[in-house]
Design a protein around this ligand. Structure first.
Ligand code: PEP
Length: 248
């Protein structure tokens, strides 16, 4: 399967910072990885249009970090799928652990956001993952199965156009990476759940996220069920993100 490497800029950046980062990414010629890996970046909403315009022709796609379940209306502060498609946005991250925990997003809300993204031509990148306490209580599979099941139930048979990102919460921004074996085990579990749910899900890309860096990316991406990465901190440095994309 072709790899996919997505940078999540989170709430970082400014017009000047973004311009420099984009120049660095363009200079790294990530479009050249195209036969083996697709690459995308997810800046904050306010910069999406500008970043999409700046990346035109570079081969790097643009994604959002969230999407509303509503298509339009009186929902102050929300950003709707049609607005994102209108800007040329390709992906929408849904259910990032920071949104699940700081904005109390439920499994069902995340699933509804995935459905809204699909309805408006966006590819949802559905994040799942357990906390450290859950891993230590041997609950990893139960937690990711529950998070994924809400999406499977909500989308019904239509699983062919989603991306799933396994992001153990204890590995996000902490410098602690799941070992390639730990990540592969959860990815194989997710793959089995997806294919059991729908034949259309056999080719769903499964990304790993959690302190992916240039020095651990190749080993992670070499695992049979790891189809790429969702990159946080390292996506803010052009050289690091380019090295990770090349590792794919
Ligand atoms: C993320 O937040 O999606 C992430 C994986 O962050 P980091 O790479 O910084 O751990």
């Amino acid at each position: 399967m072709k790899k996919l490497v997505v940078g999540n800029w989170k709430m970082h950046g400014s017009r000047a910072f973004n311009a420099e980062l984009i120049n660095g990414l363009k200079a790294a010629d990530l479009g050249a990885t195209a036969p083996r890996a697709s690459v995308a970046v997810c800046p904050p909403f306010v910069y999406l249009g500008e970043v999409a315009a700046a990346l035109q022709g570079s081969g790097i796609a643009v994604g959002s970090q969230d999407v509303s379940v509503q298509a339009q209306g009186a929902y102050t502060g929300e950003v709707a799928g049609p607005m994102l498609s209108d800007l040329g946005v390709k992906y929408a991250i849904v259910g990032h652990s920071e949104r699940r925990s700081y904005h109390t997003e439920s499994d069902q809300l995340v699933a509804d956001k995935a459905k809204a993204a699909l309805a408006h031509g966006l590819t949802p990148i559905v994040c799942v993952g357990e906390t450290l306490a859950e891993r230590e209580a041997d609950q990893t599979e139960a937690v990711v199965a529950r998070q994924l099941q809400a999406v499977i139930d909500t989308l019904g048979g239509d699983l062919s156009r989603i991306v799933v990102a396994y992001e153990p919460v204890w590995a996000i921004g902490t410098g602690k990476t799941a070992s390639p074996e730990q990540a592969q085990a959860v990815h194989a579990f997710l793959r089995a759940r997806l294919t059991a749910a729908s034949a259309s899900a056999a080719s769903v890309p499964l990304l790993y996220g959690g302190s992916v860096k240039p020095d651990n990316a190749a080993q992670l991406f070499a695992q049979p069920d790891i189809d790429g990465g969702l990159i946080g901190g390292a996506a803010l440095k052009a050289a690091d993100f380019a090295a990770i994309a090349r590792a794919a």
